[in-house]
Design a protein around this ligand. Structure first.
Ligand SMILES: [Zn+2]
Length: 403
């Protein structure tokens, strides 16, 4: 039940038994309780959102099984249920497209007749073309084994890290976990389907809460909701830390600001295509739904699921006044253990905004887990150590920005 319908019912019932002054006192008391409760996002609510976004239905929020568009629809529903409004007239979605090499079908691999497990024992390098058949490998160096005729390469790796490619190469590169195989590769037998999707359709999901005093001054909170998607029909990359964590933090802040409107407008953008090379944020800065000059500050949230070793702020050295606000807020509330300052970096969606002159921070958490762009970045092992503290820190930081 929304708080306003609750209050209305409350008034109708209590009007019969109490006088107006008493009702006023009770309402003030209730308001204080509600404000305190909604000041931080309950970490259990965050867990539920992260569990949902990393579940098989959303298939790694990527390129097969409609994972990305299902995720966009989920976020739209969340925005609507919070009471947020779309930035454009009647849609929360900002569509755009880009090419993506995808792996929708078969994904089986044997090396020296040993069957390897997708994601755990091997990954197919994202630019690879598919391959069906058997190849005999020649050693090139200590880690590379090649069949030139079939244009297939086996590379031995210590850590498997996947990504997204916008093109399809004229070879097949298989990265194999050195420890899983434990022997020199001699033959490779594979059945791997790939499909280059031209103009893959994606959507940024955008909403806002209009400011009460200066609606043309906008604070943007952003987080990419896409991840790598699936590799074959049975394996997907859940992307819990990257970036179900940031998406759920953004949704928590949306819920908070919907009941605590600010003098400035607070806008929320969930970007798509980040993992394919910051595609959604680039499109937004080229086709801004908010005049970029109206954005007083952008706070980009990506990798927010840990914090055991504090946080890092990209662009801290570019915007020293705002970085001082952040430190002041942290010192006053004792939220995170350490705030590291970093300079400019093209490592998430804040980048294109910075390039266009929009002041921005990218905040990411440190420590906790090692999983990154692999099948082990899952909800069950995500610690969410500093989650509630980070939420409070952001609210306090925004208060200082608006003052
Ligand atoms: Zn990310």
């Amino acid at each position: 039940m929304c708080i306003f319908s609750f209050l209305r019912k409350f008034l109708i019932i209590f009007n019969r038994s109490f006088g107006l002054n008493q009702i006023k006192k009770i309402l003030v008391f209730l308001f204080v309780i509600v404000s305190n409760v909604s000041f931080s996002q309950n970490v259990n609510d965050a867990r539920k959102l992260i569990d949902t976004l990393t579940s098989p239905y959303y298939w790694g929020r990527g390129y097969t099984k409609d994972g990305m568009s299902k995720s966009a629809n989920f976020i739209v529903k969340q925005f609507i249920s919070c009471g947020l409004k779309p930035i454009t007239a009647n849609t929360f979605l900002q569509p755009f497209s880009y090419h993506a090499n995808t792996f929708p079908g078969q994904m089986s691999l044997r090396i020296n007749e040993k069957t390897l497990i997708p994601g755990k024992d091997f990954i197919i390098s994202p630019e690879s073309r598919g391959f069906q058949g058997k190849a005999n490998l020649q050693q090139q160096d200590s880690t590379h084994y090649i069949d030139l005729a079939n244009r297939i390469i086996v590379s031995l790796e210590n850590k498997l890290t996947w990504s997204v490619s916008g093109e399809e190469a004229d070879y097949t590169l298989v990265e194999v976990n050195k420890n899983s195989l434990g022997e020199m590769p001699v033959t490779v037998t594979a059945d791997i389907d790939s499909k280059l999707v031209q103009n893959f359709k994606a959507n940024n999901v955008c909403a806002w809460i209009k400011g009460t005093a200066k609606p043309d001054s906008v604070i943007v909170i952003s987080a990419h909701y896409d991840h790598l998607g699936g590799m074959g029909k049975n394996t997907y990359f859940p992307g819990a830390n990257d970036n179900a964590s940031g998406t759920s933090l953004l949704l928590g802040l949306a819920k908070y600001y919907a009941v605590n409107p600010q003098p400035y407008t607070i806008a929320f953008i969930c970007f798509a295509g980040e993992e394919a090379g910051l595609k959604g944020s680039r499109f937004f800065t080229q086709n801004p739904l908010i005049p970029l000059k109206n954005i007083r500050f952008l706070l980009n949230l990506d990798l927010e699921g840990t914090g055991d070793e504090g946080i890092t702020v990209v662009n801290a050295t570019e915007f020293s006044r705002e970085f001082a606000y952040l430190n002041d807020a942290n010192n006053a509330g004792n939220y995170v253990s350490k705030i590291n300052a970093r300079g400019k970096a093209a490592n998430s969606d804040h980048y294109w905004f910075t390039e266009k002159g929009v002041p921005a921070f990218f905040i990411y958490t440190l420590g906790g887990i090692k999983a990154y762009h692999d099948i082990f970045d899952k909800a069950s092992t995500l610690p969410l150590t500093e989650y509630e503290d980070l939420f409070k820190l952001i609210v306090k930081f925004n208060e200082k920005l608006i003052k």
